[in-house]
Design a protein around this ligand. Structure first.
Ligand SMILES: *Cc1c(COP(=O)(O)O)cnc(C)c1O
Length: 397
């Protein structure tokens, strides 16, 4: 048996492999440089051009781009009218931003369990957690696999709730053959460097609802309008009015130029991600020490991340030991995510451990393997080698 690097053996590779990163080429660079030489660095023509490109890609009527995905979620909660006293049901196994956006509006996040097979939000638990005060559902397409959109829409219709899809992982993914981005009331995508495409920082909401669209435009820029129909008076051509409390959540033309160039390559990025996920699935199919990710029939995932689960019946190490061993083999791994309500801030707000037991149990045994379009075949091979090496060492006797 090979000695693990963490026990003094030779690592699977010499150079550290990161778990995720952007893919930038000359075309992307030139696209940004053109804007630098032009008239507008921000709020010029590139913003609308990028919004139109994303809207066209997902087949949505409207899109509003902002400075990051978290701001986009905040904007969606504002457009949905979330305010003090409102409850919003949120996936528990997600990045904090999916729930923070509710707090920004004065609302109360109510965390829902995960489905044990897909790790996405559990439909039955959504139903259990609906009260008189429930106003919306924020469901996360965890790892790039869409949530069960039709079932959530049915619940939303029955209880008159607004369905916001956190698609930070799922730009380019499909639900029943339809691209994510139009089926929920509003869908958020993030353009952080590890996400399906990047603008450095950036986010967007897509929707088919004109009312939400108008409210989001107002919110993005201080709550200021120049629309005569919305203003109390009109003093002249310079005149504008602030009619609500908004923010400066604008995105720059520089970022949007990068986005316009990136989205042209999205399909090839996704194809590469699916290819890599397939290779992992096949390589690990007989490896009893770990459980590979499962996809529902309705899903064609964008494979934002590849999450393995340790099979505690067959492996004798903890997640931390597995994680540390992978890092020492020079394979960058990560953990997505600790259930949001376990963070000390949420604990201070009164959220208690034990409210989503499946999510907590899963959190204890998951590890995210490297997956990004620019990975070479050799990189993929190294990841597989490291997983086998560690599984062999910690195999339960
Ligand atoms: C990345 C991410 C966000 C936030 O996006 P930012 O652009 O980083 O603000 C929200 N939800 C999930 C699930 C994410 O992965």
């Amino acid at each position: 048996m090979e000695t693990l690097a963490i026990l003094g053996g030779r690592p699977v590779r010499d150079k550290y492999l990161t778990y995720g990163r952007q893919a930038i080429n000359e075309e992307d660079i030139n696209s940004v440089v053109e804007v630098l030489k032009g008239d507008y660095l921000t709020t010029g023509p590139k913003v609308k051009e990028f919004e139109d490109a994303v809207a066209k890609y997902v087949n949505a009527k409207y899109a509003v781009a902002v400075c990051n995905g978290t701001a986009a979620l905040h904007m969606a909660c504002y457009a949905a009218g979330i305010k003090e006293g409102d409850e919003v049901i949120v996936s528990s196994l997600t990045f904090a931003a999916s729930a923070n956006c509710v707090l920004y509006c004065g609302g109360t996040p109510v965390f829902a369990e995960i489905n044990k097979v897909t790790y996405n939000i559990d439909i039955e638990d959504i139903k259990r957690k609906i009260t008189e005060r429930t106003k919306a559902i924020i469901a996360v397409d965890y790892t790039g696999q869409p949530v069960n959109i039709d079932e959530i829409k049915e619940i939303a219709k029955e209880y008159n709730l607004i369905f916001i899809e956190d698609g930070a992982h799922s730009l380019g993914a499909e639900y029943k053959g339809i691209k994510v981005g139009t089926q929920a009331d509003m869908t958020m995508f993030s353009f952080h460097p590890v996400k399906p495409i990047t603008t450095g920082e950036g986010g967007i909401i897509t929707t088919n609802n004109k009312e939400y669209y108008d409210r989001m435009l107002l919110f993005r820029s201080h709550g200021i309008t120049r629309d005569y129909e919305l203003m109390k008076e009109n003093q002249g051509k310079w005149y504008y009015e602030q009619i609500d409390l908004g923010y400066n959540y604008r995105i720059t033309d520089l970022q949007c130029a990068l986005g316009i160039s990136q989205i042209k390559k999205l399909d090839s990025f996704i194809a590469r991600r699916r290819y890599i996920a397939n290779i992992y699935n096949e390589a690990f199919s007989d490896l009893e020490e770990i459980v590979t990710p499962k996809e529902a029939d309705f899903s064609n995932s964008g494979w934002h991340i590849y999450v393995i689960k340790l099979n505690n019946q067959k492996i004798s190490c903890t997640r931390k030991e597995f994680f540390d061993a992978m890092i020492r083999e020079n394979i960058g791994v990560n953990v997505h995510y600790m259930p949001v309500y376990l963070h000390p801030y949420y604990e201070k707000l009164g959220y208690k451990k034990g409210q989503c037991k499946e999510a907590e149990k899963l959190y204890d045994s998951i590890i995210t393997l490297p997956l990004f379009p620019a990975m070479t075949d050799k990189d993929i091979e190294d990841v597989i080698k490291a997983v086998f090496k560690i599984c062999n060492y910690y195999k339960s006797k």
